[in-house]
Design a binder for this molecule. Structure first.
Ligand SMILES: Nc1ncnc2c1ncn2[C@@H]1O[C@H](COP(=O)(O)OP(=O)(O)OP(=O)(O)O)[C@@H](O)[C@H]1O
Ligand SMILES: [Mg+2]
Length: 299
């Protein structure tokens, strides 16, 4: 998914998005992602610790890498919450007078084409040894997001037979050394990585993470909150009927919908029922909604 802010002038090599936080318009990326409250609290704690407390501490006595791994099925909120986390941490640091600004950088996955692993490996080395340390050099907290890390650090153990294992080995090793160097040199950096497939991520990479959080498909309670918030966003008023929302949520859970599909099922009800509704979605009827959710997810 893309989150607005594209890399502007001065954006660095291998970095797709560069933003300065906090940004009030990002609050929904934290508030509207429904996960177990423990997940948000641990992620925020780790972010604040990593961005402010690593300087001057022994890396042997306290092997903190500043790396957190967000793992889970597609559509469970990993990418969105990573953005939200960066913004939330930036907000705390700003309000407490610790840092007025936090820099947020998203690594560009297209900068490391896996067809050219030798090329990739050099680009990865450049990113971690030069580009990211340069961004961190002015001392502002820096949050780096590597989305879908299995592409960048594929498991050396499970490397496919079509790629040259020596190349996979080198590319993954370059990411590992890169992360080690970045976290050693820059105590003001937090590295967030997401994956759909934790088993496809190299074990040595996973072991460097200070925190691994798994994102699950929404259960009944989460599905109710997500449905209600989507209905509210459309201005339908249907979110006021808690019993109806609960029955719809049960349908979503029975169909093993991920959170993205839950929200899209409401969208499908709105766009599948004529021009009037598409132009005035607040007129959505309970029946149209029920039919769309019963029809299940398209994919
Ligand atoms: N846990 C959640 N709570 C509420 N909404 C969610 C949640 N997860 C996903 N969504 C909705 O789905 C959209 C897409 O989520 P996002 O891209 O963050 O998922 P992801 O886990 O990164 O998926 P992928 O693995 O496919 O990249 C969000 O913008 C939001 O509208
Ligand atoms: Mg994602």
């Amino acid at each position: 998914m893309s989150h607005g802010h594209s890399a502007g002038p001065g954006a660095a090599d291998g970095v797709a998005v560069l933003a300065t936080l906090p940004d009030a318009t990002w609050a929904d990326r934290w508030d509207d992602i429904v996960v177990d409250p423990g997940v948000k609290s641990r992620l925020l704690g780790h972010a604040l610790f990593s961005l402010t407390q690593r300087a001057g501490r022994s890396r042997v006595a306290l092997p903190v890498s500043g790396l957190a791994l967000l793992a889970g099925a597609p559509g469970t909120g990993k990418t969105t919450l990573a953005h939200g986390l960066a913004n939330e941490a930036a907000g705390v640091l700003a309000r407490r007078g610790i840092a007025a600004e936090t820099v947020f950088a998203v690594v560009d996955p297209h900068a490391f084409p896996s067809e050219f692993l030798g090329e990739s490996q050099r680009a990865v080395a450049r990113l971690f040894k030069r580009t990211l340390p340069d961004l961190a050099a002015d001392g502002r907290p820096l949050v780096v997001l590597v989305d879908e890390v299995e592409a960048l650090a594929p498991s050396r153990h499970h490397a496919s037979f079509t790629t040259n294992p020596v190349d996979v080995h080198r590319a993954t090793a370059a990411v590992l050394t890169g992360v080690d160097e970045l976290s050693a040199r820059c105590p003001n950096v937090l590295i967030l990585v997401t994956t759909n497939e934790p088993r496809a991520v190299d074990a040595a990479f996973v072991s460097r993470a200070d925190l691994v959080e798994s994102f699950d498909l929404p259960g009944l309670e989460a599905a109710q909150v997500i449905l209600a918030s989507t209905l509210r966003e459309f201005g339908t008023g249907l979110d006021g009927d808690a019993d109806a929302v609960k029955r719809l949520a049960e349908l979503c859970v029975d169909q093993h919908m991920d959170a993205r599909q839950v929200r899209k099922s409401v969208l499908r009800a709105v766009i599948g029922n004529g021009a009037d509704l598409a132009l005035s979605p607040e007129g959505l009827s309970h029946q149209d909604l029920w039919d769309a959710v019963s029809a299940g997810s398209p994919g």
